[in-house]
Design a protein around this ligand. Sequence first.
Ligand code: ZN
Length: 240
Amino acid sequence: MRYAIISDIHSNLEALDVVRLEIERIKPDVVICLGDIVGYGASPNECVEMVMEIADVCIAGNHDWGVIGKTDLSYFNRYAREAALWTIRNIQPSARQYLEGLDLAHSMKGHLRFVHATPGDPDSWNYIFTTADVIRESRRFDEKICFVGHSHVPCIIEIQKDQKITVLYGSSEIKEDCRYIVNVGSVGQPRDGDPRACLCIYEGDRVRIERFEYDKELARKKIIEAGLPSILGDRLLWGE
Ligand code: ZN
């Protein structure tokens, strides 16, 4: 089975379109979206439509929930809140309805779990940054691999039986006697210093995160023309 996993598109149609072309080329058996389809960028409706088309499973992120009123925007930072309010004004009923139907977590074949933020408390929107976060969260799901997004920083966290933790980048073997938390990174707003869009492929005993160039300037221009905070366009160029 070949799985393609995407996350954190953030209304960036230019980035999503490039990732979609790659998905069409490699023809995975299953496509999963880990949420945050909207927020930050200028193309929320087009992105929801494309995700509806390509994803077999999609779960909700905090920005999706913010736009449909299920998460309080007061906890968003200033730019995230401004973008959420802009999205609320510009989202079409059909896209909104799709976001309203998304669940917070999904399990597949007994060994794969998919969430936006953390497996333990998916609607608290916590982050997995520290070793303590990894240990805590690894006890809160039973499956072998949990795929997450949310931080926009792609990495593969390997957890051995004795709880020794190794963080890997790019690609890794999936070992028989280890468990994993895989952050698939962000399609539409990477924050690891590499501005290219992320696509995670899991197949057999390997997981890898591929990167793709896209028209960042166009995505930035649309953000500025839409009247969204210009920093949201600028940061696409830096990948931060
Ligand atoms: Zn996000």
